[in-house]
Design a binder for this molecule. Structure first.
Ligand code: ADP
Ligand code: DP6
Ligand code: CO
Length: 362
């Protein structure tokens, strides 16, 4: 009997302009647009295998070897249902000889090669890989933008992991969510000199998930309203321009300002949410000092820190500075158990099609 199985991997992306807040929690429609850089898959990726079989009784998911419940009407269930519907409409209805995979249950196994739920965007690579593996399993003739729309309903940030390079997620205005998806701002090849350093401060699971944290912020923070209406739109325009002009000083200034404001908004939440710890703050101080010296020497800012919903730092810099910054970080943060775990050098923005091979352009 035929084996119906497919494996796909997807990279993480780390936002420079942060998504934080939903206007529709079911469809995952954000309260603001965002922009990120997709990292390469060598150090941070999710790899997901899906199998459909008539003997399976129900859809099941294993994450890093441990079964996770697929809740009825939850995000994973929504993604699976959407892809089964596309299988039916795009393949089975048009080619009656194709096996009716949409009627079989699926078993899905996924592994992250980096800390899960620790503020390194595992939900982004996780749902991008899940959607990609099912699209491959079902031989769907769909574009990355269709997959981006579906991945968004798994985890908002996942919609950006379907593209490499510099990626924007436009919030859209349609209540159905049809215009709330990612688009490429520039490919990695536009600015290959940008690198990312990942400083793993802690690989513990965060205390407040992104989903519940941002919901609480929407309900209680006044600062969020200011951010959404008066800060993010201008910043998005400015950072897109900085990327297109390869203006690292502006890119760094905007990225750090937005990380700071996102964490300010978390603090403005009731009860407050603290994602940074003392080591995170010490890394900020180090980068601020590094940039102060650089600006004084007439070279502009040469490094940008950014933190997602967790204590782990991502430092964007140009290739020529990587060695110097790694040495600095290692000098000031000797590896101690429980404080500073590791620093990887990553090449940011590699053009990885999470959907390589099976998925074609729209
Ligand atoms: P992170 O900062 O790592 O994105 P989140 O709080 O946003 O943390 O999301 C973590 C959740 O994402 C996990 O608890 C799990 O439900 C889901 N997730 C993470 N990795 C995967 C994966 N590879 N496949 C499916 N779901 C995943
Ligand atoms: C701080 O995409 O993880 O990383 O949509 O509820 O799954 P859900 O949240 P998620 O939130 C990411 C928040 C962030 C910023 C960003 O990636 O833009
Ligand atoms: Co996440």
């Amino acid at each position: 009997m035929a084996l119906h199985q497919a494996t796909a991997s997807a990279p993480v992306n780390i936002a420079c302009i942060k998504y934080w807040g939903k206007r529709d929690t079911k469809l995952i429609l954000p309260t603001n647009s965002s922009l990120s850089v997709t990292l390469d898959q060598d150090h941070l990726r999710s790899t997901t295998t899906s199998r459909a079989d008539p003997s399976f009784e129900r859809d099941r998911l294993w994450l890093n070897g441990v079964e996770e419940e697929i809740k009825d009407g939850g995000r994973t269930a929504t993604c699976i249902a959407e892809l089964k519907r596309l299988r039916r409409e795009e393949v089975e209805d048009k080619q009656p000889n194709e096996p009716k995979l949409s009627t079989y249950a699926v078993h899905i196994a996924s592994y992250n090669n980096f800390p899960t739920a620790a503020g390194l965007a595992s939900s982004a690579s996780g749902f991008a890989a899940l959607v990609s593996s099912l699209a491959q399993l079902y031989s769907l003739p769909v574009s990355p933008s269709t997959l981006s729309l579906i991945a968004r309903q798994g985890s908002g940030s996942a919609c950006r992991s379907l593209y490499g390079g510099f990626v924007a997620w436009d919030q859209g205005s349609n209540p159905t969510g049809i215009d709330s998806l990612a688009r490429e701002v520039a490919p990695q090849s536009h600015w290959p000199d940008i690198h990312a350093l990942i400083c793993v401060v802690s690989d513990d699971k965060k205390g407040t998930s992104s989903t519940s944290g941002m919901q609480r912020t929407v309900e209680t923070s006044e600062l969020l309203q200011h951010r959404i209406n008066h800060v993010v739109p201008q910043r998005l325009k400015a950072i897109e321009e900085a990327i297109l002009k390869k203006d690292f000083d502006s890119f760094a200034q905007i990225t750090m300002a937005d990380s700071n404001q996102f964490h300010a908004v978390a603090l403005d939440t009731e009860p407050p949410i603290f994602y940074l710890n003392d080591v995170s703050r010490a890394i900020i101080a180090l980068i601020v000092e590094y940039n102060r010296v650089s600006v004084a020497a007439g070279r502009g800012r040469r490094a940008a820190y950014t933190y997602d919903a967790g204590p782990n730092a991502v430092i964007y810099t140009l290739k020529e500075n990587v060695k110097e910054i790694v040495e600095l970080v290692v000098k000031y943060f000797p590896q101690r158990e429980g404080s500073f775990k590791d620093v990887f050098e990553l090449f940011a923005g590699v053009d990885v099609a999470a959907t390589e091979g099976k998925v074609v352009e729209g």
